[in-house]
Design a protein around this ligand. Sequence first.
Ligand code: ZN
Ligand code: ZN
Length: 139
Amino acid sequence: MGSDELSPESVDAEPPVPCGACRAALGSPSRKTVSFLLLDHLTVPVVGCEDHLEQFRAVCDLTTDGSAQLLSHVPAGGVPCPGCRLSTHGTRRALIPVAGGAAVVLGCPDHQSTIASRFETGQRTRRQLADDFDSFRSV
Ligand SMILES: [Zn+2]
Ligand SMILES: [Zn+2]
């Protein structure tokens, strides 16, 4: 007789997200809670509450000459990357802390890391802008 204990492999080791609305959205990604971030040629599914997704979008917006957009539905033409398209049903996801909450990037590993680094770049840009503003004031 083999033992068939429940394995804990499905337990996520993610840190708790401070925002309850984000947690609720992350807890049950579904067609209703998944939004789509349009950034340059990328269309990547993301999950989070409205507020934090908007913050996430605003930061990504700093990294493009165009504009980052957030759609609450599958964009016309669908998601071009098959890996990203399938990811809305999967469990693979990258949690990106956004002040006070989080945005979770679904999508294929490639595009998860692309978006994550764009967000980092955007945050640096924003800090830079804040620093410039500070030095401007102290003159
Ligand atoms: Zn939130
Ligand atoms: Zn992809």
